[in-house]
Design a protein around this ligand. Structure first.
Ligand code: HEM
Length: 510
């Protein structure tokens, strides 16, 4: 769930108003025949458009709008966004009840808008599939064949190379920029390169990588929600955008299918791929068995699965690193402590992945980072498989169930001084949290339950490794020098820094 008020430009209001008037009568007469459903409370809205006006007039980003409603309506409330009914959950207890105790019932996904359907090949991805055999097959394949701990080890070299490349990029950017570098762009690109290599297992030139990256960004922009996703009656006004979406999809297929064919070739003729990887996500997909289906995935479906694999861990990881570096710049004492731990663990040699487990402070830092700055403020939208209840309210099928993550990880009932960024809380402070939420929910940057992020372990390694290498190589400070960091937030697929972080760096002298 991610959209901003500004994306709903004001001239739509005219259309809203006329539609509201025409359909309100219809709705009222239909409503009276329905069995009463007790939805969680929420701000009263208009017929047909529901709370869409209030949101778009607020000028706020959706997460800000929702955050401001929490004190008014409590830990579970309803928003009617046109044809979508959203139930927003923001307490640890209710998240635990829904995602763990009633996990199976809350494990589905709602219907998609038409643009998403194009790119997901009609919900043929782990993240969009409804709870059922297709989701089980796709998720099992990804988890067992790509994200298991033994597979993770196989890709160590890929990560090591990507980290070297990241440090090199940062160094050369600093050299040509008076020591100043952009953080998000570099971190995001490093995560992207790792996932790209794991996914396709074919050699790619720097230029090709950049081209694929640009194409992935175009897809994400195309997937940005539009007003007609909430008011399907407006769809006829958006045929141009639909054509554009189909065009981007065609480009996505044209860009990625050649890599798929190349990998097929390499598998048929081992040794023909130069320095191609010994294993890739593609290898697991070509002959994948999908429960309830006779055929293996088609090329467009493979494109969709690959894009999911790459997109799932690119912006999320980049975002975590941007906030992480901001916190290190804001707190030089934390940065020094982290650097001292790194130096004490590895001496003058480069940090290796195997070193990470020995770095207790690094772990505390990254946990605090994901508590204070979960890269997505809402988990992916859930839906119930059958009518359910939560906190005494009805949760009908077809409603969007959203979990508002920062409200949980900043809940003063669960955390001492939750607004303070303090890695020590996990050490001397004696606080702890099970990041998977199984034994209790206190923070859930990766969601919880059956739909928990399958990339959790790998993403954690990426974040730890990137932070460790970036701090080992450079001393980070604010730019312009002496300026205070602006912790304003902005939604851009994930919740990134409103003013993208630029930092001044100095190579460490060992
Ligand atoms: C710091 C990095 C990451 C964060 C914060 C993150 C966060 C999340 C969250 C909040 C969800 C939604 C869980 C829910 O529905 O309740 C999710 C789902 C998912 N993530 Fe991640 N993720 C990260 C990295 C990755 C990586 C590296 C991959 C894969 C390579 C990945 C693949 C997925 C997939 C496939 C799903 C859908 C799972 C399902 O619906 O069954 N993520 N992630």
């Amino acid at each position: 769930m991610d959209f901003s008020a500004s994306s709903f430009s004001s001239y739509y209001h005219l259309i809203f108003i006329s539609l509201a008037l025409i359909f309100s009568t219809l709705l009222v007469s239909r409503k009276s025949k329905q069995k009463p459903i007790k939805l969680p409370p929420g701000p009263p809205g208009w017929p047909v458009v529901g709370n869409l006006f209030q949101f778009s007039n607020s000028g706020k980003q959706f997460f800000e709008y929702a955050r401001d409603l929490l004190p008014v309506y409590g830990p579970i409330f309803t928003l009617k966004m046109g044809s979508r009914t959203m139930i927003i959950i923001s307490s640890a207890d209710l998240a635990h009840e829904a995602l763990i105790q009633k996990g199976m019932v809350f494990a589905s996904r709602p219907s998609e808008n038409p643009t998403r359907t194009i790119f997901s090949c009609d919900k043929f991805t782990v993240n969009s599939a409804e709870y059922g055999p297709v989701w089980r097959s796709l998720r099992r394949n990804m988890v067992q064949n790509m994200l298991s701990s033994s597979r993770m080890k196989e890709f160590r070299d890929v990560r090591d190379m990507a980290m070297d490349k990241l440090i090199e990029r940062i160094r050369s950017e600093a050299e040509s920029n008076d020591g100043v570098v952009w953080v998000l762009k570099n971190a995001r690109f490093a995560a992207f390169c790792i996932l790209l290599a794991m996914c396709f297992g074919v050699e790619m030139s720097g230029e090709t990588i950049e081209k694929v990256d640009q194409m992935m960004k175009d897809v994400l922009i195309t997937l940005d929600p539009r007003i007609d996703d909430y008011l399907p009656l407006l769809r006829p006004f958006f045929s141009k955008q639909r054509k554009q979406a189909l065009q981007v999809r065609r480009q996505q297929i044209e860009t990625l299918v050649p890599f798929i064919e190349k990998r097929r070739d390499i598998l048929r003729n081992p040794g023909s791929g130069g320095s191609a990887a010994s294993f890739s996500y593609l290898d697991t997909i070509f002959n994948m068995k999908i429960e309830g289906r006779k055929s293996s995935p088609t090329d467009p479906e493979i494109v969709t699965l690959c894009s999911e694999f790459i997109n799932g861990g690119t912006d999320t990881t980049g975002t975590a690193i941007e906030w992480g570096m901001a916190r290190l710049i804001e707190n030089p004492a934390i940065q020094s402590k982290l650097y001292e731990e790194i130096a004490a663990t590895v001496g003058s040699r480069k940090v290796k992945e195997q070193d990470l487990e020995k770095m207790v402070y690094l772990h505390a830092f990254c946990k605090e980072l994901l508590r204070k700055h979960p890269p997505t403020y809402f988990s992916l939208t859930h839906a119930v498989t059958e009518p359910a209840t939560l906190a005494g309210y009805d949760i009908p099928t077809g409603t969007n169930v959203e979990f508002f993550l920062p409200a949980i990880s900043e809940d003063p009932k669960l955390w001492s001084s939750p607004q303070r960024f303090d890695p020590d809380r996990f050490l001397s402070g004696g606080e702890d949290a099970d990041i998977t939420g199984v034994t209790g929910v206190k923070m859930l940057p990766f969601g919880a339950g059956r739909r928990i992020c399958p990339g959790l372990a790998m993403a954690t390694v990426h974040v730890h490794l990137m932070i460790a290498r970036m701090v080992q190589e450079f001393e980070w400070s604010s730019y312009p020098e002496g300026s205070k960091i602006d912790f304003g937030e902005k939604l851009q697929f994930t919740v990134v820094m409103k003013n993208p972080l630029r930092a001044k760096i100095k190579a460490r002298v060992v």
